[in-house]
Each structure stands twice: as structure tokens, then as C-alpha cells.
Design a protein around this ligand. Structure first.
Ligand code: DON
Length: 581
């Protein structure tokens, strides 16, 4: 356990003590102290738990359940808290997916992915010579899709027990009276200082205005971040419901910001935004049931294909991260990502051949040219033949009633488009880059796409987010898992699942062991720092191009033990933390 807030923060606390917090939860001597908190990496709880990217947000979610709320209440309150204390990915200006298994045995999949604005068009990011202008799809006003998160929160709250105004109050207080930032957050805010300034038209709470002398960084660990504009936006949502975001003053501020910066989101786009309830994917893996997000995320389908490509092979006997098991998993990943590029997109606009892509015959055929002795070049792997015509954040929750929820939500890049809505205090997403802006042109994660994922007004851009649940052989809750990480998300979830189901790991090891990734194109295996050197050399000798990279994902896992206890692990790669009771 790492104590991330130091005693030197007392100063900040004295400052805050003058503020009039009315929360029953937040403040000195209350359940959650935003000035002294600790990141807890793993624990085992009897009843309920949350694992997410920030200790304060985990605590908010767990407190809601302690007060009699359920996992849906925790999901809403945690996401709102993350929108305040984890502004590089927590959001109200982005979108996400929720997969739940309710205590009554029903699945729920909520799609609150952003949509392309009505003025968007297929070639909007091409210059007059037809060249892709990916800076425009990644930064600034034109990069944003119409945000879905707030609509998603209200759709989630329908399944909760507590009033929305209770669920949003901690977020309001954290924004209004501030909280101490961690070293990691200080560094992240400093690193986007220029970009936030360049891509926003007004001043924001994220840029510390103190005329920095050259070479001095603005934010440091323990500083208090107060977000007054965001607090007012959250109050409008508290008082007016979904309309507090999609209509009225907040919507007007968004559109004003868009107009000032050349963006195209309109008042009608905001008013017309709708959550889609989808049918969760469900498949069997060695007797366990895996429940995942369907398109417009590719994540659930990729995990389905990957697990099925493993199922009939003795993966466990090959050994964890042996050359043999890694090579098999890499070859499966390569094939599945080729399918992603060709076949996957928003099902409301493009027929995604889900049944075929996951059929036993197709999966078998897909691996027919797999050679356990050498790399299959990606140029030789095309999408299968079908006859029918980093920053994101994950939350894993289980409650005392047996509801389990997996949510991945995102602004896309860290701090999204870097555009802060002036007067409203939140950051807009740069999700438009997840569309294929031009066939053959990679998005910021190197993913390729074509017609299936071309831009159209109102369409949802293809995602890799993979919120996932697993039931055991008796259809009882077993695992809640998910992670950020762009295109590495499905492979991280895949590896987390086999780590537990095949290699018998506990949640902490499943989360923290080094990961690897192949996504068809570019044709290389990415190995996370700390990956076994001998395996790396053997892969190279088999013909794999290998590259090393920093952290892959920030996975949050809950594993339900045979005695019913909840073993929870938050990724060591960030400030992520577990909470529960
Ligand atoms: O939806 C997607 O697939 C991406 N926008 C996710 C971005 C992401 O995970 C960034 N985090 N590291």
C-alpha cells in the first residue's frame, strides 16, 4: 500500500476547512477526506466493492452502497466523482459502456458512446488533396463527438435505489471545495498545460495561472484543485436532470465554445442524444459464462473470438507467458484485429456479422493457418471470409445484493480534445478520431478501418472498450474486469481472463503481471516493460518484430471467491484504488 498524500498537505486542508461543505460524506471527520487519502491496491471484502482509477471515487461508490444503495448507485456516483478527481479520463464530456449482471439474473448493456454531430461528414478530416488531418480529429473543437455520459448516468440510475441528488452530491462538493491532487495528476496536468490553453477559448481550473518562471512546473502533489464552473454544471444536472446538461445553460455553453473554436456540435445534436440499450454478448468458455459489450464496441467480440481460439488448446499446460502460450495468443490477436478493421462498426449503420464472427466453424478456420513455430506475417492475414452480405477509465463494482457492473468510460485521449467548455468547466472528448477518418490511415492507437467505421452523422465510432463479466459454472458471479488502453483493451482483458481462468491467478497477479499486445497492423508484438527477456528473444528468433513499451492498461478486477468474499485488485500502474466493506 502506498500512502500518496503526505502530511505536508495540512496547509491545503486548513484552506479547505474554511469552505462550507454541506456533504454528509465529504470533509474532515467524515467518511471521505479529500485531503488525506490512500491508494489501496488490493483487499478482500465481505459485501461490496469498487475498484477504479482514483481512491476518492472508489470511496464515494463504496459509501453509496454502505448507505443502502446498490451497484448502480455506486456506478453513477463513482463516475461523477471521477469526472471531478480524474479529469484526464473521468468525464461528463465523453461517453462509455456499461455491462451489468443484475441480481435477478438479467443482463444489461448500456451504450452511451458519443455520436458524430449532424454536420459531420465522411471526409471532414481530409484536406483538399485528400490527406488526413488527424490533428483535427484528435485535438480541439472539431475532434468531439456529442457526449453520452450524462444520459448514460441517468439510464444507469433507473436501476438504482438512491435519489440522483444524493449520488451527485459528492462530486459537487469535490468540485466546489476541491481535493488534493496526487503526484501523478500534477505531472499529467503540467504535461497538458500548453495543449489545454491552445485548444480552449477561455481560462480553466486545470491551468495554474501563476506566471511560471521558466523551467518551473505549475502543479505539484498536494495542491488543491477547485473546479467552480464544473460544480455549477453538476448542480444544473442535479436540479434539472438530464436536461441540465443537454439543454439550457450547459448546452448553450457547449455550443458557444464550439462556435468560438470552429466546432460543429449544435443544440439539436445535444438535445437529440440518446442512450442505446443493447443485448449484452454472452458466450461459454470452459463452462464459465462470459458477458461482454456488443458493437459499437469491438471489445466484446474480440474477447469472444480470442477466448474461443484458445478454448480447445491446452493453454494452461503451455505455462504462463511461456513462448508457446504467448505466441499462440499473439497469433489469435493478430487475426481478430484484422476482423475488427474490416467488419466492425456501429450496428445502427453497419451490419456487423456477430454470429458468423463468433461461430465455431469460423473460429476454427481462422486459426487453420496458425503455425506454432513461426510468425504469420500480418500482410498474409486478411479479414476472414464471410458470406453474408490513453485516456479511458474503468470501474468494476459488485454490491451486497449480487449485482455486478463493469463500466469503461472515456474522453479518448488523456484530457480528451483538450478543449475545456468555457464557463462549464469540463473537458470535451476527441472521440471522432476513433472513426476511420480515411481507409488505410491509422487512428491514434494505430488501428485501421474502412467503410464499416466511416464517419456519418449520428453514427457511433467503433470502440475497443471491453467491460466484461464472468459467471462461474453455476452461473454465479465470478469476475468483473476491464481496463483503459485504446486498442490494447481487448487483449488486456483477454489476458486478465486467461490469467485467472486458465493460469489460476488471483486478482492482483492477473492485473499486475506484464502484458503483451498484437493488433494485426502494425505487424509487431508490443511487450510491456518487465516482460520475460528469454521469451522476447525466442519470439524474435521465430520471426516476430518485437517492440517494448510502457504501461499497458490500468485493469480493475473483482474476483468472487468460493466463500462469497470479494477479492479486489486495482492496477499498480496508476493511482487506482479499491474500496469496499
Ligand atoms: O473507445 C476506444 O476504444 C478508445 N477511445 C479508448 C481510449 C483509451 O482507452 C485511452 N486510454 N488509455
Amino acid at each position: 500500500m502506498k500512502r500518496i498524500i503526505l502530511s505536508s498537505l495540512l496547509l491545503a486542508w486548513q484552506f479547505s476547512a474554511t469552505a462550507q461543505s454541506t456533504s454528509k460524506l465529504i470533509g474532515a471527520d467524515k467518511a471521505i477526506d479529500p485531503y488525506h487519502y490512500t491508494s489501496v491496491k488490493s483487499n478482500t471484502f465481505d459485501h461490496a466493492s469498487v475498484a477504479c482509477a482514483h481512491p476518492l471515487a472508489s470511496a464515494v461508490g463504496a459509501e453509496m452502497m454502505k448507505q443502502g444503495g446498490n451497484a448502480f448507485d455506486a456506478a453513477v456516483a463513482t463516475q461523477l466523482a471521477l469526472a471531478v478527481v480524474y479529469s484526464n479520463a473521468g468525464n461528463i464530456g465523453g461517453g462509455g459502456f456499461l455491462v451489468a449482471r443484475k441480481a435477478d439474473g438479467k443482463n444489461l448493456a448500456l451504450d452511451y458512446r458519443e455520436t458524430a454531430p449532424s454536420k459531420a461528414s465522411r471526409d471532414m478530416y481530409l484536406d483538399k488533396n485528400g490527406n488526413a488531418q488527424t490533428l483535427l480529429s484528435q485535438f480541439g473543437h472539431q475532434a468531439s463527438g456529442v457526449p453520452g455520459t450524462v444520459a448514460g448516468l441517468f439510464a444507469t440510475a433507473l436501476h438504482g435505489k438512491l435519489p440522483f441528488k444524493i449520488l451527485i452530491q459528492p462530486a459537487i462538493e469535490l468540485a466546489e471545495f476541491g481535493y488534493c491532487i496526487t503526484e501523478r495528476e500534477a505531472a499529467a496536468l503540467n504535461s497538458v498545460r500548453e495543449s489545454l490553453t491552445k485548444n480552449s477559448t477561455g481560462a480553466s481550473a486545470f491551468v495554474k495561472e501563476n506566471n511560471l518562471p521558466a523551467g518551473r512546473q505549475g502543479w505539484k502533489a498536494g495542491d488543491t484543485l477547485i473546479q467552480k464552473d464544473l460544480a455549477e454544471t453538476l448542480k444544473r444536472i442535479r436540479d434539472n436532470g438530464q436536461k441540465g446538461f443537454y439543454e439550457g445553460k450547459t448546452a448553450e455553453l457547449v455550443v458557444e465554445e464550439m462556435k468560438k473554436g470552429g466546432g460543429i456540435i449544435s443544440l439539436e445534436d445535444l438535445k437529440n442524444y440518446k442512450v442505446r440499450t443493447r443485448n449484452a454478448l454472452e458466450f461459454n468458455y470452459k463452462g464459465n459464462t462470459i458477458i461482454g459489450m456488443p458493437p459499437p464496441s469491438s471489445g466484446g467480440l474480440i474477447v469472444w473470438q480470442l477466448m474461443k481460439m484458445m478454448e480447445k488448446r491446452p493453454l494452461a499446460s503451455y505455462g504462463f507467458q511461456s513462448t508457446k502460450s504467448v505466441q499462440l495468443m499473439v497469433e489469435a490477436e493478430r487475426r481478430s484485429y484484422a476482423d475488427r478493421a474490416e467488419f466492425m462498426g456501429d450496428p445502427d449503420f453497419w451490419k456487423v456479422p456477430v454470429k458468423t464472427l463468433t461461430s465455431d466453424a469460423y473460429i476454427k478456420n481462422r486459426m487453420a493457418d496458425y503455425d506454432s513455430n513461426k510468425a504469420t506475417p500480418s500482410k498474409d492475414i486478411k479479414a476472414g471470409i464471410i458470406k453474408e452480405s490513453e485516456e479511458t477509465t474503468h470501474i468494476s463494482i459488485i454490491d451486497q445484493y449480487g449485482n455486478m457492473i463493469s463500466i469503461t468510460t472515456t474522453l479518448n485521449n488523456s484530457y480528451g480534445s483538450r478543449t475545456v467548455v468555457a464557463g462549464a468547466g469540463f473537458i470535451m472528448n476527441d472521440e471522432m478520431d476513433d472513426f476511420s477518418v480515411k481507409p488505410g490511415v491509422a487512428n491514434m492507437y494505430g488501428a485501421l478501418g474502412g467503410e464499416a467505421n466511416a464517419i456519418q452523422p449520428g453514427k457511433r465510432m467503433l470502440s475497443s472498450m471491453t467491460p466484461t463479466l464472468v459467471l462461474d459454472k453455476n452461473r454465479k458471479p465470478l469476475i468483473v474486469a476491464g481496463t483503459p488502453g485504446g486498442t490494447t483493451i481487448p487483449t488486456s482483458v483477454f489476458q486478465t481472463l486467461v490469467n485467472i481462468l486458465d493460469f489460476g491467478m488471483n486478482a492482483t497477479d492477473a492485473v499486475n503481471k506484464p502484458k503483451f499486445h498484437h493488433q494485426w497492423m502494425p505487424d509487431e508484438v508490443m511487450l510491456e516493460k518487465g516482460f520475460n527477456e528469454d521469451v522476447k528473444k525466442e519470439l524474435q528468433s521465430m520471426g516476430y518484430k518485437v517492440s517494448e513499451r510502457g504501461a499497458i492498461g490500468r485493469t480493475e478486477v473483482i474476483r468472487i471467491l468460493a466463500n462469497g468474499k470479494r477479492e479486489v485488485a486495482a492496477d499498480k500502474r496508476g493511482d487506482d484504488s479499491v474500496s469496499g466493506f
